[in-house]
Structures are given as C-alpha cells and as structure tokens.
Design a binder for this molecule. Structure first.
Ligand SMILES: *Cc1c(COP(=O)(O)O)cnc(C)c1O
Length: 388
C-alpha cells in the first residue's frame, strides 16, 4: 500500500479558513477596534439565533465559559458536580476552580455519553449540578438527565464543545440547561482560534456571566469609550478576564455562516468512513438515534487487540502517523491522570466503560477541509495498518 507523501501530512482537526474570515480580520485590524466591540455583539446575536434561543455571551474559551457558569453557582468546597470521565480535562478542572468537587458517572458503552442510571447512583445530598458532555456531537439522553435535575433540584450545565449543530428531539443542545457552553478552539466545528460562548436562559443570567467575565465590572469596556460620553464602571464582584476580542468574532461570524455547509461535508465523510470501514475488525460509532441530530464532530473507532489480532490502539496510532495521517485520542478517561488520582483517589477501573473506550479509541480526521482523495488515503491507511 503506498504511503501518503510526506509533504502532505494530514493534520488532525485542521480548520477550514476562507477568504471571508481573512478579509473580516483585516477589516478589524484596519478599524483599530481589536478588543470586545461590535463584531462580538454581532457574533453573539447570530449564535443565539442559530441556536434558537435568547441569550448568548461570547468569551475567550469554553474552559472560561464552564468556569464562569460554575462560579455563578456559588459552590461550597464540599459541593459536588457530576460529570463524565470521558471528556477533556477542562470539564473537571472548571469544577475544581469554581470551588466544587467533581464526581464521575460512567458512560454508556455504545453512545459514549454519560449514563443517566450512573448519574442517579452518584447523586448525594451534596450534589449541586450535573455537567454532561454531548460526546463527539451526539446528544446525551436529555429526557433522563432533565428528569433527574427536576427530581433532585439540581442545576444542569451542558458542555457543548462538540455539539454546535446538535439537537435532541428537535431542541438545540445548550438550551436544556441553565447554561450551555461552546468552544471555538481550532479543532472544533466553528473556530475563532481560541473562543467560547455561553447560552443562558434569560438576560439576567447572561448579564451575570458577562460581569463575571470582565473583572466583575458593571458596564462593558467598549461602551465606556464610545462616543456617548465617558461612563464610570463599578466593580460589583471579583471577576475574571475572559472576554472575546472582535478579531476572534471576525473569524467566528463567517465560520458560523458556513456551519451547516461544513456539517454536511463532515456528514458525507462520516458516511464514507462507515461504508469503507464496515468490514474491518473495529468498533465504529453507534448509529445516530432517531429524532436527534448528531454534530459529527469526532469519528471515533475502537481498536480492541482481541479483535485486531493483537494490534493495540497505541500501535495503530503510530502506524497511522507513519502513513502521514494525523489522528487523535478523545479521551484517556479522567481517572488515568495522576493529578486526579492523587487528589481524589480515583482509579480508572471504577469507571470501566470510560476506561475501556479511553484505552481503545482513535479519532480519524473529519475536518471539512478533507478532500475526497484525503478520505480515500485515510481509508487505505486504516486497511493497511490492519493488514487488509
Ligand atoms: C475543547 C473542549 C473543551 C475546552 O474548550 P476550549 O475552548 O479549548 O477551552 C471543554 N470540553 C470539551 C469536551 C472539549 O472538547
């Protein structure tokens, strides 16, 4: 099998940036308005409209978004927030930095999303919130999770870093919880370089997040220096510096305009992978549930040495890289990391589904930038690595 030429290493998660974004960034630079300004306001409005909801607030990352939404809960040190072990470390770290204690509930083996029965089992008198992640863009079981938050009087915060386009029973993700948090990191479905967004259920909740995200000041900096005359700001709480810049929003505005186009392209790549890998000894993503919309953010395959004749996940990763195909791991389960082991005594074995998935999973490239030839190269490389 020919190896993909060295000069064409396929970078995992490379964003598709077009002329419109480039021109808009240049326009921001020429205008002199680099910081939080009119383009951020336009991006927030466009994002809220896309998600069919009232209130969106742009920030400089999803990590910042998660942090502020959890800070808004005024957690006490013993307060617990239940989340998934199969996520990026930022999800758990945000809980810790907001002063709470993360508690893990294992994922469903097929959907890889947090298992509502495991969430129920993890609820204690100290539980304050549930923080699910719509893994790979597949919506969590929101009927069950919203049932639990109602039954136990808990707050729901959705980590929608993979789930911009995702809907569950016709309702956009990020609108079920008190807050929904989105990422515009370079590998995500809409990119601004670094960037994030909070969806809130009303203007008051959004205003609290906005204040927390800009030093705890009562008025926006960009209004302070506008031609309406100088306005004093007043600090009402000790906030953070998490605001989005107009340069970031300039990219995001045009990325968002193409979000459906890019989603359709990733859907086509997804189908090509499903068809091209069907006969191989890999576990492919479970089919999307009826009456839901999958965000198609990550295409993950499981490499189980018992099925691949001894080939391990890590050997598969190295072999793909040798074929010049960039691959990813989403994710080693949180309890595999030394910090959490030391601080909370977590052992990976206690969340066996997340542990197994984390040790077997490989994400294949699914950027809308991929050409059909790239997709063929990925499929050829996988077949070659598996000796087919
Ligand atoms: C990327 C990601 C984040 C963090 O997003 P940033 O914008 O990089 O801070 C949080 N949660 C999940 C599940 C992610 O994939």
């Amino acid at each position: 099998m020919p190896i993909r030429p060295k000069e064409r290493f396929l970078v995992f998660g490379s964003p598709l940036i077009e002329e419109a974004e480039i021109a808009e960034v240049v326009d921001s630079l020429k205008s002199g308005w680099l910081g939080t300004g009119p383009k951020v306001a336009r991006f927030e409005k466009a994002f809220a409209e896309y998600k069919k909801t009232c209130c969106a607030l742009a920030l400089n990352s999803c990590t910042a978004a998660l942090h502020l939404c959890l800070v808004a809960l005024d957690l006490q040190p013993e307060d617990e927030v239940i989340t998934t072990p199969l996520t990026f470390c930022a999800t758990a770290n945000a809980i810790i930095h907001a002063g709470g204690t993360p508690v893990l509930a294992d994922v469903d083996s097929a959907t890889m999303n947090i298992d509502p029965d495991k969430v129920r089992a993890a609820i204690t008198p100290r539980t304050r919130a549930i923080l699910p992640v719509h893994f790979a863009g597949r919506p969590c079981d929101m009927d069950a999770l919203c049932g639990l938050t109602e039954e136990f009087g808990l707050t729901l915060i959705e980590d929608c870093a993979h789930a911009i386009e995702t809907e569950y029973h016709g309702r956009p993700t990020g609108t079920f919880g008190q807050f929904g948090c989105f990422s515009f990191y370079v590998t995500k479905n809409v990119v601004t370089g670094e960037g994030g967004m909070v969806l809130a259920q009303d203007e008051a909740a959004a205003a609290r997040i906005k204040t927390l995200g800009l030093h705890g000041m009562s008025a926006d900096a960009w209004k302070r220096f506008s031609d309406e005359g100088y306005k004093h700001y007043l600090v009402t709480e000790a906030g953070f510096k998490y605001n989005m810049m107009d340069i970031q929003a300039a990219i995001g505005l045009h990325q968002l305009a193409r979000v459906e186009e890019n989603w359709a392209r990733r859907g086509a790549i997804w189908k090509a992978y499903d068809a091209g890998l069907a006969d191989l000894p890999l576990t492919l993503p479970a089919p999307a549930e009826a009456d839901s919309r999958h965000g198609h953010h990550l295409y993950t395959v499981l490499v189980d040495p018992e099925r691949t004749g001894g080939l391990t996940r890590d050997a598969f990763l190295s072999a793909m890289t040798k074929h010049n195909i960039g691959v990813g791991v989403h994710y080693l389960s949180l309890p595999e990391h030394p910090y959490y082991q030391k601080r909370y005594g977590w052992k990976a074995e206690d969340w066996p589904q997340a542990m197994r998935i984390g040790r077997q999973t490989v994400s294949l490239p699914i950027s809308p930038k991929l050409t059909n030839a790239d997709v063929t190269d990925v499929l050829d490389a996988v077949r070659d690595v598996l000796g087919r």
